[in-house]
Design a protein around this ligand. Structure first.
Ligand code: GLN
Length: 305
């Protein structure tokens, strides 16, 4: 950890002065109220040493980062048949695209684009009695963090403008790959996306993807090692939508972004790292977040490649 600290602080100071060419996600009205110059970084190593700088303790909307948690929960409950409903191929298209669904007969390319995440939500709805409550409890349990909550304002704000997600969900339903009521699936999806966490909490909750030790919580297994490997693989190939290749090229770690400006990146057997900077590049990924991680893995030679 000691050698990481200085490098993190140096890059943080460098980045403070870099002009941010990104734009805050304002298509969800509530997200536009976030101060654009927030910048937080946190790293947690597999021996639970944690270090953060800047706004690492401010909560923010984790948005699509929550898709890892919903995928984990659905994989745990459904097992291998999950992959009959959603594929594991990069889409090469924006996260909210409808384009490939027609040709692919309603089977989304992967669980991290919106269409795939909606199908994962549908799978969870079929398993859970009180989906919103049960999902939140699952997140609290695996992180040992009782302070987690949805942001109702953000969920309602997205619901009021979520026409594309409504279209995606109906379209998939027309192929029979959504089993539950469309409104229920969407309501659940908007809520999981509204989950709030800070950089520190995020880098702790995902330790189960970095080390087998954390895949068992209070005697219960979250995932097998092989399942964790698979989720990391999908993150590496699909975690940044049509910029997944670019992220692998520049950063070289499995990761996942959200339009709230957060990015988490995993180094299996070493650490989980979070960066938060709300302004996004044209692909919907945090501009400074990617830049930070690129500099970090380059300076510390800690990519998986
Ligand atoms: N809730 C957002 C949406 O559905 C999530 C997108 C994202 O974070 N990339 O548009």
């Amino acid at each position: 950890m000691e050698n990481y600290k200085k490098i993190i602080e140096d890059i943080y100071l460098d980045l403070k002065d870099v002009e941010d060419t990104g734009k805050i996600a304002d298509y969800i009205p509530e997200l536009a109220f976030v101060a654009p110059d927030n910048l937080g970084i946190n790293i947690t190593t597999i021996n639970k040493e944690s270090f953060g700088v800047g706004d690492f303790e401010k909560k923010f909307s984790i948005q699509s980062i929550a898709k890892i948690l919903s995928l984990t929960f659905a994989y745990k409950l459904e097992g291998e048949p999950l992959w009959k409903r959603v594929d594991v191929e990069p889409s090469g298209n924006p996260f909210n695209s409808l384009l490939q669904l027609e040709a692919d007969l309603g089977k989304p390319r992967n669980p991290f684009i919106n269409s795939g995440a909606l199908v994962v939500c549908d799978v969870l709805l079929s398993h859970l009695e009180n989906p919103k409550e049960d999902f939140l409890n699952f997140c609290k349990e695996i992180s040992n963090n009782t302070s987690l909550s949805y942001n109702e304002k953000v969920a309602q704000s997205e619901k009021s403008v979520g026409f594309r997600n409504v279209a995606l969900c109906n379209f998939i339903k027309s192929f029979g790959n959504i089993k539950n009521n469309v409104d229920d699936v969407l309501d659940f999806y908007f809520h999981i996306c509204s989950l709030e966490m800070n950089c520190k909490e995020l880098s702790q909750i995902f330790l189960y993807l970095a080390d087998d030790f954390y895949t068992t919580v209070k005697g219960k297994r979250i995932l097998t090692m092989n399942e964790a490997k698979r989720i990391n693989a999908v993150m590496l190939t699909c975690g940044f939508y049509d910029e997944s290749g670019e992220f692998a090229f520049r950063v070289g770690l499995p990761g996942k972004s959200g339009v709230g400006g957060g990015i988490i990146a995993i180094h299996p057997d070493k650490f989980c790292m979070t960066v938060w900077s709300p302004k996004l590049n044209e692909k919907g990924n945090s501009y400074k977040g990617m830049l930070f991680l690129e500099k970090f893995t380059t300076k510390t030679a800690s990519s998986i490649f």
